[in-house]
Every structure is written in C-alpha cells, then in structure tokens.
Write a protein that binds this ligand. Structure first.
Ligand code: HSE
Length: 375
C-alpha cells in the first residue's frame, strides 16, 4: 500500500511578483517573488476560481538535470545545470488515490528512499506545488526514477524536486511560473539539505542561476552565450560526503580579507558567465578561499585531484556542491576526457578511491516535460 498525504490548499495569490529594480539585459533576466507564500494564512485569501484546477492531462513524464552548486566562491548562491543523467517523474491522475492526496507508487534507482511523500524530495515538492495550485478534487500517483546517485554533490535531491514540481504544474496546465516552481522545490531542499536554491534553481530553470536574495526571494538567470564552448568534467569517487557533515565543517564567520577575496572571485565568475569566458570562469571557480579549504580535507585525495586537473590543463577545479564529486572546467570535450582520466587516477593514488569521470555540457533547458498522455 503506497503512502499518501492529504493536500491543504495554499494559494499562490499571496505571491508577490515584483518588477526587479535591476535593468533588463538580454543576457540577464530576473524574477522575484515572496518567500513567505507557503504561510497557512494564505488560505484566507483564496478566491474560488484560483482553487482546484481540473487536470489538462491524465499523465505526464518529466526530467530534471544534475546541477553543480556551489560554483566555488558562489557558495549557496551560484549554480548551473549540466546535461547527462538526471531524475525522471511520471505523474498520473489516479482514481484509486483519494482526492486531494498524493501517493508515491514506485521508486527505481534508489531502494533506500522513502515512499512516504512527506519524507521524499519529489513528494515534498509535488505537495508544495499542489498546494500552490489548490488541487483538491483529484488524487495523484507519482513514480520516481532516480538517475542521479544520492549524496554525490550533483544536486540529486533538487533534481527529484524539480521534476516533481514541473510534473504537477504540467498536469494542471502549467499556470505556475518557473519561479513558483523553484519555491516549491525549495520546500523540499529545506527539509533534506538546507534552505538553499543553488541546486533547485538551475535544475528548474537550466543554465546558470544566481540566487540574489532569499527574503524576498529573487533569482537571476545568467545566460552563457550559445556560441561559446564550456565543458564540465565531473569526477565522482566511491565515497560518501553527507551534505550535513560538509556544512558543519564550514566556519560560522569569515574575516574581511576572505570576504573581499571571495566576493571579487564570485563577481568575476558572474562576469565570465555573461561574457562566455570559460577560462576566467574556471579560474574564478577555482579560487574559493572559504568553503573549499574546509571541505577539501574531508574528501580523500581532493588536493591531489585538483592539482592533477590543473596540470592536465583545466581552467579551474573545485568541489561540486558539498562533494564528493569534483568539477573541473575546460572548453573542449576531448581535452575534458583527458583531464577526467588524470583526476580519476589521482583519486586512486592519493585518496585510495575508485572514481568515475563524466564530461558534460551546460544544460540550458532545465526541468522539462518529456512526454504526456490524455489516455
Ligand atoms: N550549496 C550547497 C552546499 C549545495 O554546498 O552545501 C549542496 O547541497
């Protein structure tokens, strides 16, 4: 018997979509809305027509990509989506599921994950999205296919949440904005790894995303020019680096010198993204003086792996997310494979860890519908 959870409707009418004070630029789009939208008080502001939408599809399948976040000095505020493996959700209207509830019918690729929607990233994000929409009259059944390993530093939880939020939205006519969906995904991230949107933002929006502010919630999409090459080398060792433990290793405060250094590198990174300069992007990503020095010693061989990447010609290298995956940046796939081989070798020699290298490009699309049915 699949676990299910009753949905209490919460209106997105309480969202606060402002115009950003930041001037619009072709490579610089911005969206802003309130982070307090999930307050139960919002129930009192519901208007009947915003509630309980009818599904426009019987079933939908979605996919959300892996993400790299942090990007070095962009701790908790800069991330990007990468192509390749990701998580998929199939969501269906199910007459056997009580109206207004969500059931997780199956999970593949991660036997340890809970099928209780309240304890599952996809479930939590789906419920948050159903609440925003005010779904009451139909029950939904969700099936999760994990393509990303858990706790790898590749935004596995965010990918599940992103795919789920997009699936619920699509089933009911895609009336929520991508920003709304990021907030729904953030409800899941908050429960499983902390209140940071640097994974779920790009998992939903694709490309590079800057979290400018959490209160009010404001994210900026940063367009890396389509005619420039950017390649990520992702090397994942067989090692666990729980996000909680990796966050506990961080300093509670930083000194002025470190603040200036990391701020300037993060600013350079944003400029490099907008200019399509992979070399500067890599070197800025490589220059985190606050987070990486605390986390690197917790990943066996990390220092040697970074050195191997740089000696093999990478523009830069750092820990992907909370680790243990290590990410290097280059502008050419063949070169990326060579760099990956050197990093894998270094993990084995210096860290005693087997590792796997993947060469990936930027995913510019983010979470998307891959098929749907009205049968
Ligand atoms: N920004 C997060 C961290 C990403 O580095 O802790 C991992 O979930």
């Amino acid at each position: 018997m699949a676990a299910s959870i009753k949905i209490s409707p919460i209106s997105r009418s309480s969202f606060d979509h402002h115009h950003s004070p930041i001037p619009t630029h072709p490579r610089f789009s911005t969206v802003r809305c309130s982070a307090s939208h999930l307050s139960p008080q919002a129930l009192t502001t519901l208007s009947a027509e915003t509630l309980d939408p009818a599904p426009v599809l019987r079933s939908v399948k979605t996919f959300a990509p892996a993400t790299v976040a942090n990007l070095g000095p962009g701790f908790d505020f800069l991330g990007c989506a990468v192509d390749g493996p990701g998580d998929s959700i199939t969501l269906s209207v199910d007459p056997d599921v009580a109206p207004g509830t969500l059931s997780i019918s199956s999970i593949s690729g991660a036997p340890k994950l809970s099928r209780n929607p309240l304890w599952n990233c996809a479930g939590i994000a789906a419920i948050a999205t159903m609440r925003m929409l005010g779904v009451r009259s139909v029950g939904l059944s969700l099936s999760l296919e994990k393509g990303l390993p858990l706790g790898s530093g590749l935004g596995s939880s965010a990918a599940s949440a992103a795919a789920a939020a997009v699936a619920v939205n699509a089933l009911f006519g895609s009336t929520l904005t991508p920003n709304d969906l990021v907030l729904a995904g953030l409800e899941s991230e908050k429960k499983v790894s902390g209140y940071h949107a640097d994974n779920v933002g790009p998992a939903i929006l694709g490309g590079f995303v800057l979290i400018r502010s959490y209160d009010p919630f404001e994210i900026l999409q940063l367009d890396f020019p389509a005619d420039r090459d950017l390649v990520f080398v992702l090397v994942s060792p067989e090692f666990e680096a729980p996000t909680k433990k990796m966050r506990e290793a961080l300093p509670a405060e930083v000194g002025m010198k470190d603040h200036i250094r990391n701020s300037s590198q993060a600013a350079a990174l944003v400029a490099a993204v907008l200019q399509g300069n992979a070399r500067v992007l890599g070197s800025a990503l490589s220059s985190d003086g606050i987070v990486e020095p605390r986390r690197a010693p917790l990943i066996p061989g990390m220092a040697a792996v970074k050195m191997a990447a740089m000696e093999a010609g990478a523009f830069g290298c750092t820990i992907s997310g909370a680790g243990p995956t290590v990410v290097a940046v280059i502008d050419e796939e063949e070169k990326g494979r060579e760099i990956g081989d050197q990093m894998v070798e270094a993990f084995l020699v210096a860290g005693g860890l087997k590792a796997k290298a993947t060469v990936a490009k930027l995913d510019r699309v983010g979470a998307r519908v891959i098929s749907s049915s009205n049968e």
